[in-house]
Design a protein around this ligand. Structure first.
Ligand SMILES: [Zn+2]
Length: 99
């Protein structure tokens, strides 16, 4: 794919935009009819939108890759409780030994 300056008086083909097309998107191995003519504003918008979209999909792919096979990790609070209980019984035992 290649973007070249458009030298013909054509209208932008994106959405309802009726600006003069300043650029032409050429596709390899495709005829002249499959070219897309678009204005500078639409080209910039398309570029920004594709950048956002690609960043989002890249984030989702990274999240999926980071997730372990058994599903999401258990919350940290569950592992904290038994330790506190063990501390309490340890304290009672120490009192009984004294008494
Ligand atoms: Zn346009």
């Amino acid at each position: 794919m290649e973007i070249v300056p458009n030298k013909y008086r054509l209208r932008c083909e994106l959405g309802l935009c009726k600006n003069l097309a300043e650029h032409t998107v050429k596709f390899s191995r495709a005829g002249i009819r499959s070219r897309i003519h678009l204005c500078g504003a639409c080209l910039r918008e398309l570029h920004e939108a594709s950048g956002r979209y690609l960043a989002q999909t890249a984030d989702k792919a990274a999240e999926k890759a980071a997730e372990p096979e058994g599903g999401p990790v258990a919350p940290a609070g569950k592992t904290g409780r038994p330790e506190r209980r063990a501390d309490r019984t340890g304290g009672r035992r120490a009192e009984a030994e004294r008494g």
